[in-house]
Design a protein around this ligand. Structure first.
Ligand code: SF4
Ligand code: SF4
Length: 164
């Protein structure tokens, strides 16, 4: 099995659960808009693509040949472990499956997404905690923290950004 096959079954670095934004070079803004990416300005004024990415379809990048440099450069920790043959493909797939299961557990306690704009499960869970109604339930918080700890352990590292 190829490295890219792992990504085709994962999609977590594009769906907003690992990152909120992919930084863009100024020269990439026009092309990113043309391909339908959600280009926004970050707090420091720099351009970025908002995640979950509008180009992610069925866990695959639908603009792969034209994806921004920040996407091309990014490999997560698990991808590097597989590339370095420190985990087998089956072990890496099991990690991806566990990550999706933990996110599904968060989604179950959060309930259905009523916002018309797609948001990642963890983004919704964090907003629930920051909300004016005093925050989310302890069950939601525990499920979110468990998923975040697992993603931190197995996936994080690299230059994409998280901004609240
Ligand atoms: S998080 Fe890692 S394994 Fe998943 S799609 Fe991104 S690079 Fe591939
Ligand atoms: S452009 Fe493609 S690779 Fe980049 S964040 Fe969007 S779906 Fe992922």
């Amino acid at each position: 099995m190829s490295l890219s096959e792992l990504c085709r079954r994962c999609g977590l670095c594009c769906d907003g659960n690992l990152f909120s934004h992919v930084p863009l070079q100024g020269s990439e803004v026009e092309a990113a808009r043309r391909t339908g990416l959600d280009v926004v300005a970050l707090a420091d004024g720099s351009p970025a693509v908002r995640q979950g990415c509008t180009a992610l379809k069925d866990r695959r990048c639908s603009v792969y040949a034209e994806r921004p440099e920040g996407c091309r450069r990014y490999d997560c920790r698990l991808f590097n472990e597989l590339a370095g043959k420190r985990v087998s493909f089956e072990e890496a797939l099991a990690v991806v499956a566990q990550a999706h299961a933990l996110l599904s557990a968060v989604e179950r306690v959060l309930g259905p997404d009523t916002d018309p704009r797609p948001s990642s499960v963890l983004e919704r869970a964090r907003f629930a905690d920051w909300g004016e109604d005093g925050g989310s339930s302890s069950e939601t918080r525990a499920a979110r923290e468990s998923a975040e700890a697992f993603l931190d352990r197995h996936f994080h590292g690299g230059p994409r950004r998280f901004e609240g």
